[in-house]
Design a protein around this ligand. Structure first.
Ligand code: G1P
Length: 276
């Protein structure tokens, strides 16, 4: 079964400067929890309790966050403040974290390939922490995808409909409908112009990938923005075998943009934080 989840977290977060000058963008809080912790919790909920970070320079705070802080533990032991650490303690005690570094920013495909030694020859999840997903009354998005993987045993990308004038921000798929909300991918284009987009079904940052993806990435030349794109490598899988695109149930916030970040903050505050 799927046990491992890869988090590419080497990106700079320039849109949030100066906040991200000396702090990883993944550590920006949505209310009281860093963005990346939401992603890790979603992975764990889906049963993926081996979490691999592909990090880069200036990202050490992520490794520290997912480790015990003895000073802090000592300070607050026996006080009412201990409750604030319950969630993160659970992760530290139940997840196996590993880290590797991407020392050149050559694209998302390259970041995923950098994680190969820690993933090995098995299917795995990928979470782009910038995309905060909430399942609401449904399972988390990765858990929904793991269920599908059990049935179909192939790579799966999460998709959502976006307005036509936003397709240029995403990888966009074309597909044959298999059943409600599920497509067999026939084409994929990374960041197409509106007139070149094969649909308005955009890939969001949740993937399940079979391990042949690593060879496909190696065969993939740089594409959009001169970067090795995971979208191009997955298209090769789709052309030679089968890749599914899944219109997930729930909501997604683009926390890589200031607007999406603020929207996520308001949503989490009203619907999750206040209710807890
Ligand atoms: C990446 C992927 C893109 C996907 C997007 C989802 O782009 O390359 O295919 O649609 O994530 O957030 P990025 O946002 O890193 O530019």
């Amino acid at each position: 079964m799927i046990r491992k989840c890869l988090f590419p977290v080497a990106g700079y977060g320039t849109r949030f400067l100066p906040a991200t000058k000396s702090m990883p963008k993944e550590m920006l809080p949505i209310v009281n929890k860093p963005l990346v912790q939401y992603g890790v919790e979603e992975a764990v909920e889906a049963g993926l309790d081996n979490v691999t970070f592909v990090t880069g320079r200036g990202k050490r705070a992520i490794a520290d966050h997912f480790d015990i802080s003895y000073e802090l533990e000592h300070q607050i032991a026996g006080t009412s403040k201990e409750q604030y650490l319950e969630g993160i303690r659970y992760l530290i005690n139940n997840v196996n974290f590993s880290f590797t570094r991407q020392n050149n920013m050559l694209g998302l495909g390259h970041a995923i390939l950098t994680g190969e030694p820690l993933i090995g020859d098995e299917a795995f999840g990928v979470v782009l922490a910038d995309d905060l997903c909430v399942g609401g009354e449904h399972d988390g998005v990765l858990a929904q995808m793991v269920k599908l993987y059990k049935q179909f045993r192939c790579s799966i990308v999460a998709i959502q409909e976006v307005p036509e004038d936003e397709v240029h921000k995403y990888g966009v798929i074309a597909g044959e409908s298999m059943m409600e909300g599920l497509y067999r991918v026939t084409d994929m284009v990374e960041k197409p112009a509106k007139e070149d987009a094969p649909s308005n079904l955009a890939i969001i940052g949740r993937y399940i990938l079979t391990p042949d993806i690593f060879d496909k990435i190696r065969e993939t030349p740089p594409g959009a923005n001169g970067e090795v794109q995971i979208t191009d490598a997955i298209l090769r899988q789709a052309q030679e075998g089968c890749v599914l695109a899944y219109k997930f149930k729930g909501r997604r916030f683009d926390c890589g943009s200031v607007d999406g970040f603020v929207e996520a903050t308001n949503f989490v505050y009203e619907n999750i934080y206040k209710a807890s």
